[in-house]
Design a binder for this molecule. Structure first.
Ligand code: PLP
Length: 390
């Protein structure tokens, strides 16, 4: 198929925004360690602190509660720990409650032993079983330690948004702490730690149009903190050692600023996503859109085509010049059944195809997607499926 490539895989990684690129380039041509007290060091420190403010603003937090990491996975591994401090005192979390449809960075349980991790299920729409979580927390043995709850705010595969206000209230009533993986939600829906969107959020720059390899965790308060994962110097107020990735952090800050501004334009992304979904349903009337009955991110469609394996369709789209994903892209090339669909109780072996849009996605891109989709479903009988009027 002719024409430039079309990128519809923003949930895997978003294209680097020009503002992030510029911010990074200006850091790369300067020298300075933010811990140095000379002029160069102070200039680097200013860049880090100004990025910290941009990130805090994106999630409704104070900038002093932002801790930079090498990405969301490190942020989750830091927070998902049994041993914390509260001021000068020690706090112990005896059990971790995660969601079965979480990204592996929280699902794996961080520094908790396997027998201290409990998985809470989701319903057929991918919404966490809030009643099940409440029931589990109701029998949590507080004598052993506090409960720590970690789950995604928005799912990376389905885009399903979790009812965090309800979950927050339940966790608070149980005396626990709530960590939200806000990686996919940030910049797509408003996040407000000050308004009770959990106790901590974790973020990743490359999902927002910043660079990969930089992220953060952000607290609603600063008194209760996990024992550091990366120990060494006193960087990040002692919460994460190592010289800051100034270029990455500057790019993250610029991307966070753009993401906050971009929230006002998300309705346009939503209407394109809705148009893509309408096109999908008209070309493939038997397509199943996962999570369609509940609240989803404005940029994501996750669907199955009966008779065509998602991986086969993904390759066909790729050959047609369109990048989409068969599930998530987090395990470098690994193709396997989606644990998210499994958690939702989806029995079909076809898997899910994820299309995720960004602000740059145009109507012409959706027309090209439709054309490629028509070609793919026309070959459905040869792929082992049943032909439909395409
Ligand atoms: N959480 C979610 C929901 C994600 O989608 C991803 C990446 O795909 C991550 C966490 C991991 O982020 P990072 O690549 O910064 O470690």
């Amino acid at each position: 198929m002719s024409g430039p490539r079309i990128y519809l895989d923003y949930n895997a990684t978003a294209p680097l925004l020009p503002a992030a690129r510029e911010a990074m380039l200006s850091v790369l041509s300067a020298t300075g360690n933010p811990s140095s007290v000379h002029r160069e060091g102070r200039a680097a420190r200013r860049l880090v602190e100004s990025a910290r403010q941009e990130i805090a603003a994106l999630v409704g937090a104070k900038s002093e509660n932002v801790v930079f990491t090498s990405g969301a996975t490190e942020a989750a591994s830091t927070l998902l720990a049994p041993d914390w401090t509260f001021g000068r005192g020690a706090v112990r979390f005896s059990r971790l409650y995660v969601c079965a449809a979480d990204h592996p960075c929280t699902l794996s349980g961080g520094r908790f032993p396997a027998d201290a991790i409990m998985r809470v299920g989701v319903d057929a729409d991918g919404v966490v079983d809030v009643g099940g979580l409440a029931a589990a927390l109701a029998v949590h043995d507080a004598a052993e330690g506090l409960p720590l709850v970690a789950l995604h705010l928005a799912n990376n595969e389905s885009g399903v948004i979790q009812p965090v206000a309800r979950i927050s209230a339940i966790v608070k009533a149980a005396g626990g702490v709530l960590v939200l993986d806000a990686v996919q939600a940030a910049g797509r829906i408003p996040i407000d730690l000050a308004a009770g969107h959990g106790d901590f959020v974790i973020l990743s720059a490359h999902k927002l149009g910043g660079p990969a390899g930089v992220g953060a965790f952000v607290g609603a308060a600063s008194l209760m903190m996990p024992e550091p994962l990366v120990r060494g110097g006193g960087h990040e107020r002692g919460h994460r050692a190592g010289t800051e990735n100034v270029a990455g952090i500057a790019g993250f800050g610029a991307a966070a600023r753009c993401a906050l501004e971009g929230l006002a334009r998300m309705d346009a992304v939503r209407s394109r996503r809705d148009r893509l979904e309408t096109v999908l349903r008209s070309i493939v009337p038997d397509a199943v859109v996962y999570g369609a009955q509940t609240e989803r991110l404005p940029n994501t469609v996750f669907f199955g085509i009966p008779g065509i394996k998602a991986e086969t369709a993904q390759i066909a789209f790729d050959l047609a010049g369109i990048a989409v994903s068969a599930g998530s892209a987090c395990s470098s090339g690994k193709v396997g059944p989606s644990h998210v669909l499994k958690a939702m109780g989806v029995a079909s072996g076809e898997g899910g195809l994820r299309v995720s849009l960004g602000e740059a996605t145009s109507d012409a891109d959706i027309d090209r997607f439709a054309e490629a989709l028509r070609g793919i479903v026309a070959r459905r009988p040869a792929m082992g499926g049943v032909a439909t009027a395409a």
